[in-house]
Design a protein around this ligand. Structure first.
Ligand SMILES: NC(=O)C[C@H](N)C(=O)O
Length: 312
């Protein structure tokens, strides 16, 4: 245990196509708030798990992101959400899939991690567990935004079938963190892809695809075309490259490049190493992200822009 680690948090708001100018400001505000909330948890002595859960909760509650309120709609016009979380200290992990009518799937995933002997609950079983844990249900309408009703209509009109292009399926959210004690964690949460089949589960709740955390290596959260991410186990594949001695950037470029060349799958990753280095990489057109370390807040949306400001 190293009591002197400088805490780090990195958050993402999903691999995406180019984001319109007016949405950009709302997205930027959400991503910066999430990073700052997560960083505050860390600087006040909170754990990496607390920080990633806190940051992802902010993004689930923000209607611009495809997670919690703001989730994309499935082919029936319903919200079915996936989420997972992992503690790099002991590899404990929790995940939920196809959950409905709760505000914060990431909190339910954490309860699975901490209150059950399992690591993954789905659909009705997850709902039953949520009720047993006192997680309140909310009306479906609270998760559905006007924008997502229009997106589903457009998608059905254009294709008539679920679309697998991650450029359109923006907005999944995730966070990775390193706390003062040297523990790493990740959290990822999503509504999935628009017009998906009922019961479709993506990469986000699958440990090793939607993310991974191991104190001996680091932590990663992924976004992008879920079926491609699942097929290459993007999160674990990337951390494996880090274990082999690659830098975070090299590892990310290698695994994202592999996914693109094998499957034409696009996506993005955020990483923190056990030493406190961090990286953000993506092959989609854009990926909103922010990172906080040493009192500085770094952020960006498109490849060509990165800004750095002092944290308050
Ligand atoms: N935008 C995303 O990251 C979507 C998510 N990976 C999924 O396929 O469910």
């Amino acid at each position: 245990m190293n009591p002197d680690m400088n805490p780090v948090i990195v958050v993402h708001g999903g691999g995406a196509s180019k984001i319109s100018k007016d949405r950009k400001e709302r997205v930027r505000q959400g991503i910066l708030e999430a990073a700052q909330v997560g960083y505050r948890i860390l600087t006040e002595g909170g754990s990496a798990v607390d920080a990633v859960e806190g940051a992802v909760t902010i993004l689930e509650d923000h209607p611009e992101f495809n997670a919690g309120c703001g989730s994309v709609l499935n082919a029936n016009g319903d919200v079915e959400m996936d989420a997972s979380i992992m503690n790099g200290k002991d590899l404990s992990a929790g995940a939920v899939s196809a959950v409905r009518c709760i505000a914060n799937p990431i909190k339910l995933a954490r309860l699975v991690m901490e209150k059950t002997t399992h690591c993954f609950l789905t659909d009705q079983g997850a709902a039953k567990f949520a009720a047993a844990m006192g997680v309140p249900t909310i009306p479906k309408e609270q998760l559905v935004t006007e924008r997502n009703i229009k997106r589903l209509e457009k998608e059905k009109h254009e294709k008539g079938a679920p679309n697998s292009d991650c450029q359109k399926n923006l907005g999944t959210v995730g966070a990775v963190a390193l706390d003062r004690k040297g523990n790493v964690a990740y959290a990822t949460s999503t509504g999935g892809i628009v017009n998906k089949m009922v019961g479709r589960v993506g990469d986000t709740p699958c440990i090793g695809s939607g993310g991974y955390a191991d104190n001996d290596i680091g932590a990663i959260s992924t976004t992008g075309h879920g079926e491609s991410i699942l097929k290459v186990n993007l999160a674990r594949l990337t951390l494996f490259q880090v274990e082999q001695g690659k830098t975070l950037e090299e590892a990310a470029d290698m695994s994202l490049g592999y996914m693109k060349s094998k499957l034409k799958g696009l996506g993005g990753v955020i990483l923190v190493s056990k030493a406190g280095d961090w990286a953000v990489r993506w092959t989609s057109a854009s990926m909103p992200w922010a990172a906080a370390k040493d009192g500085k807040l770094h952020s960006g949306i498109d490849l060509e822009e990165t800004s750095v400001t002092d944290l308050p």
